[in-house]
Design a protein around this ligand. Structure first.
Ligand code: NDP
Ligand code: OXD
Length: 309
């Protein structure tokens, strides 16, 4: 039976051991730091790997990421030539669709304003716009962004997506590459960021981009903290571009208690929970990957380290 090393500072090793072994009885799951002898361990399932740990595993064959994003593994911690498989799981996608729909609808229906009115016991109705009058732009039209785009289009929003290569999705207007970024941004009253963090996307949510949004836009950012230039967002909010920001990811996590985002009246903070990897569904993907590797079949969802995602 194969052996797998599990390591995460934030996920339960015991829950994952139980989920993995229920799908592959006999799988030897070693939960870091109780790894035993690192020789003989062929698989690792990790969220970030400390220092040189993975380099000290002479028999390592595949690294599975606990997350859809793999930036946490592209810092040299995975030995060259060892494939990295990212998490692609319908439950993870579902969670992200819920998060994005919830925040788009909350702002589309003006709920923050009604919440402020309730605090003043103020009865005052405002006009209501139809989804078809509003454009939602999704930066990153991949597994997660694509599903969010389709769900929003299903509610009647005008939806457009931005990716590196052109994507074809029913009912979604597709923009590709830097030359099309300006046109993509022009009417986005909602801008959702679901990009992977790479050298090309680092710092992309910056002053220049905010200035190209229409007035009163809402930013919903669930990509990675380093996509956002935080001081540019604070300036942008002063100018009403964007008018509100929903942030799930931050340059420093946990977000320090003294950080200005916590108490800003036009920022909504969630603690990197837009969508969480679920051990019970995630384990199916890992076990499937191990089985495929053992029978010599191609592994799905292997990332390209040169591309960065
Ligand atoms: P995918 O790899 O499926 O999709 C990435 C998309 O981004 C693709 O459409 C890709 O273009 C596009 N892209 C990449 N680089 C660029 C670029 N330079 N310019 C324009 N578009 C670009 O990833 P997922 O959808 O599975 O995940 C996206 C990210 O969401 C993760 O990397 C992670 O950072 C974040 N995430 C956050 C979570 C949270 O709870 N906050 C949970 C899970 C993920 P192309 O189609 O041409 O390849
Ligand atoms: C992920 C995340 O990448 O949770 O899956 O951020």
């Amino acid at each position: 039976m194969p052996t797998l090393l599990f390591r995460s500072p934030s996920d339960s090793g015991e829950a994952w051991r139980e989920a993995l072994q229920s799908r592959m009885p006999g799988l030897d799951v070693r939960v870091h730091p109780e790894t035993g002898d690192l020789a003989g361990i062929e698989y690792a399932l990790v969220w970030a790997a400390p220092d040189r740990m993975l380099h000290e595993m002479p028999d390592l064959k595949v690294v599975f990421s606990l997350g859809a994003g793999v930036d946490h593994l592209l810092d040299g911690s995975v030995p060259e030539g060892v494939p990295i498989v990212r998490m692609v799981d319908p439950a993870l996608t579902e969670g992200m669709v819920e998060y994005v729909l919830y925040h788009v609808l909350r702002h589309h229906r003006g709920m923050p304003r009604y919440e402020r009115q309730q605090a003043r016991a103020e009865w005052l109705a405002h006009g209501q716009r139809r989804p078809g009058e509003r454009t939602v732009g999704i930066l990153g039209l991949g597994e997660l962004g694509g599903a969010c785009a389709t769900a929003l289009a299903g509610l009647g929003f005008r939806v457009r997506g931005y990716s590196r290569s052109r994507r074809t999705l029913d009912g979604i207007e597709s923009f590709a590459g830097e030359n099309e970024l300006n046109d993509f941004l022009a009417d986005c009253e909602f801008l959702v960021c679901l990009l992977p963090l790479t050298e090309a996307t680092r710092g992309m949510l910056n002053r220049d981009l905010f200035a190209r949004l229409p007035a009163d836009a809402t930013l919903i950012h669930a990509g990675r903290g380093a996509h956002l230039v935080e001081t540019d967002l604070l300036e942008g909010l002063e100018a009403g571009r964007p008018a509100h920001a929903v942030l799930d990811v931050f340059g420093t996590e946990p977000l320090p208690t003294e950080h200005p985002f916590w108490h800003h009246d036009r920022i909504t903070v969630t603690p990197h929970v837009a969508s969480l990897t679920n051990p019970w569904t995630g384990a199916l993907r890992i076990v499937d990957g191990i089985r495929r590797h053992q029978t010599g079949e191609p592994l799905p969802d292997v990332i390209d380290p040169a591309r960065g995602y």
